[in-house]
Design a protein around this ligand. Structure first.
Ligand code: HEC
Length: 126
């Protein structure tokens, strides 16, 4: 009667495999989310954003003033900011300058810029 231990072992093995499969599946979901499936949710690196912003503030005022037809872009919710940048990148928004700017940025860079500009407060404002 050593069928029982063998069967128990098989059962145990099956449970272990199921757990491993489950862990793999969860891992994939996270990997896909991180790889850009949901970039707007990614927490951007604000310091990197400050560095990248030097190319934006030649047109967009860091003080939040709109100047010469260039809108203010500070204080936005980061996911909203990222969504707008994606819209330029995918040519859903119509502006040649911003399409070019957005096309040159990675998801990580957009998230960083969103975090940086989102945290800026209008000069003299609340
Ligand atoms: C050469 C000037 C210029 C540069 C450089 C520039 N932008 Fe813009 N940006 C504009 C103009 C002009 C618009 C308005 C376009 C439109 O009407 O859709 C705009 C629009 C935007 C908007 C949408 C604003 C709104 O109210 O809808 C965002 C967000 C934005 N820019 C972010 C950036 C970021 C981030 C950078 C740097 C990586 C950048 N821009 C660099 C000129 C510029």
């Amino acid at each position: 009667m050593n069928r029982r231990p063998a069967q128990a072992r098989r059962e145990q093995e099956r449970t272990r495999q199921a757990r491993t499969r489950h862990a793999w599946r969860a891992g994939w979901v996270i990997a896909i989310l991180c790889a850009g499936g949901w970039p707007a949710r990614a927490e951007g690196d604000r310091e990197y954003g400050a560095y990248l912003a030097s190319q934006c503030v030649t047109c967009h005022q860091a003080t939040g003033q709109s100047a010469g037809g260039v809108p203010a872009i500070i204080g936005w919710a980061p996911d909203q900011f990222a969504a707008v940048m994606m819209a330029y990148r995918h040519k859903e928004r119509d502006n040649e300058v911003m399409r070019t700017v957005a096309a040159a940025l990675s998801d990580e860079e957009i998230a960083a810029l969103a975090a940086y500009f989102g945290d800026l407060k209008a000069a003299g404002g609340p």
